[in-house]
Design a protein around this ligand. Sequence first.
Ligand SMILES: [Zn+2]
Length: 381
Amino acid sequence: MPATAFSVKFARELDVDQLATLMTGAQPTQDRDGAELLSGFGDAIRADIQCSSCGKFGASVVRSARSRVSRAVLRQAHFRFVDPNGGDAHHPFCEFYGDDETRSTQDSLLDFGSEKSSETRAIRLLVCKGIEQGIFDQRRIRDMRQWFFDLKSASRFTVSLPLEAIQWAYSLQRHPHYQRWQFHPSQAEMPAFDWKAAAKKQFTEEHLDLFDLVTGRLVPSDEATWKQAGELARKNHGREVFDTTKLQPYYEAALSLCVFVAANSNIDFGKRQPEHYRWKGAPPALLALCALVLFVSDWDMNAAIAAFAKLLAAPTPSDLALGNVIGLNPFHEYGAWRLVIASSGVAARSPHGLDYGAQLAAIEAALREQHRQWKDRQPRG
Ligand SMILES: [Zn+2]
């Protein structure tokens, strides 16, 4: 349920009350809220309001709902996008497609206007300065979203990997494959011989080509990203989705700019060290702003850095409401999707199944058998 959407006429992202004020000239009140003020403006809204993500038209206003007893707001006023046949007007890949009233979009939407953390405060200030300095405006922010949406939807990937593939790829990435060791049955004569470790080392020797693939394709990721990858693979099994890997060069560029800005701006972007952004992710608001600045700089890194230097040197903006824009994080779920796609490739090149534990157990049994046979052949003393 998009609480805000983009008005072409007013060239900015608006919620229902803000749109009502601009369209009707009247201020919403407790008794006549924005949705009521807009009741005669259906055609104008359908023609003017675009989905923030996929850019489709066809919006209507859904009124807020209040509890009869407590008068508490149960549902915020929001926009619904309906096509001429009464169906969902969003692009099928739009994050709002098939949206129900309760689904949260908190993850993918960043509210630059909220001041919850020092990081969002810092970013909001920079967004205001950027708009005031003419480096970007809300129209360009909308253009960036559309550009990312079109880029992603132009290439597709069908999620067909077996569900165990994620766990398999995860296990391979955690497997200490850099330790090389050749087993010999005589080693097992050691009083505390570690069969489990021997099986792991043997596994490495038998899967060297697979580890080349893992090193090349699987970006080291934290537990949370792997978990999210598993959920995405399960939820979207058999479905066609965005091929998120198309975002890679833009993600790399935005991440590099984040690291540079965080390390050289003298602004506190939170506890995480900039050099860890590559493994643990960058602060989402900073990542979104870096993507925006790169976008308006035609993805030229030094032009983007020059724009940042200008932003940082600009005087305190006179109007903090300028930063009251919901910025879509173009890299929402990017890390997890990248793991899904890489795991799919690794699974396709794994001829002996995808059960890591079972393979280790089989290798251990084979090594024990080798040792038994070897021992049988030794002269008895
Ligand atoms: Zn949409």
